[in-house]
Design a protein. Structure first.
Length: 92
């Protein structure tokens, strides 16, 4: 069985154990469970060369940002006085 797995992996290096089970069932007409193939692949120390695609982070803001109401010192008093009217617009 190891020889078949290694031969399949050499011809299709993108195949991991789920695709390899499907390949064995459809093309080689061999009923094999994924739980049998996975340990054999680990024992042969081979793995799929397919790279998992990562999602891109969003570079824009979807939610309206609230004001930073926590400030320290003189800056806080000036900032809070200037934004006192705006605080009433946001509902907590």
């Amino acid at each position: 069985m190891k020889e078949k797995i290694l031969k399949t992996w050499l011809t299709y290096p993108m195949y991991g154990y789920p695709r390899m089970t499907i390949y064995f069932k459809e093309n080689l007409n061999t009923l094999v469970n994924a739980y049998l193939i996975y340990p054999l692949i680990r024992e042969l120390s081979i793995q799929s060369r397919m790279i998992k695609k990562m999602k891109n982070t969003k570079s824009y803001i979807e939610v309206v940002q609230l004001l930073n109401l926590i400030r320290k010192g003189k800056e806080a008093k000036q900032y809070n006085d200037a934004t006192a009217d705006l605080k009433d617009e946001y509902y907590w």
